[in-house]
Design a binder for this molecule. Sequence first.
Ligand SMILES: [Zn+2]
Length: 222
Amino acid sequence: MPNAAFTARITDFTGARRTVTLSAPESDAVIDTALLFDGDTITASGDRRGTLTITRTLSHPAAATATRTIVLELADQRRPTDRQHEDLALISEWEEHHPEGAVLTPEGAARTRFERVTPGRTQRLLAAGWLTPGGRAGGHVRVSYAGRVAAVLHEHRLRTGTVGTEAWASGAVWGGWVPCPPLYVSMCGCGWRSPHRSEDPGIARSHGRSHRQGRLQALFTA
Ligand SMILES: [Zn+2]
């Protein structure tokens, strides 16, 4: 029984709901199908869980438009460690020129030409659903969509800070010194910093979420 990569909450065309777990190969197939099928859209959320929603819309001249949604949430909500993130990046870069993925050795290590992810580390990535075993000839591993989503969440850790050291502003306009409210700005682990500042930390956080949402959505645009 392969490990769960995503939990899928499905609302089908009749409105019936069910929740299933999908392994890495299963969820990769669901997402690849959605990318190929014109009636499907994939929308990434900006939340910290990296939720994806696949909506299938079927319209027929003689019937009302029907929709089905599949809401995918990472089954393993832990973030990859720095080491795991490096291992995923190594395999993912290798895949750019070797679509079948890294070789899975008989000992269980993932190997590219010059580098190797040890069997223990490879097995932990497989257990988290972040690698998809298989490949056309078998004996390969690729980074699953769950692994790619987890990597984006690792790279784009948001925080909200304040800018400006002056607690008081000169009040030439108002006559006298007046307290100056702090301005909040959203910052990301990738080095991004919002060009917008806000007196409302909630608004600043929403800028950060929209940055992360954009990076996640980019996984699903050709
Ligand atoms: Zn970022």
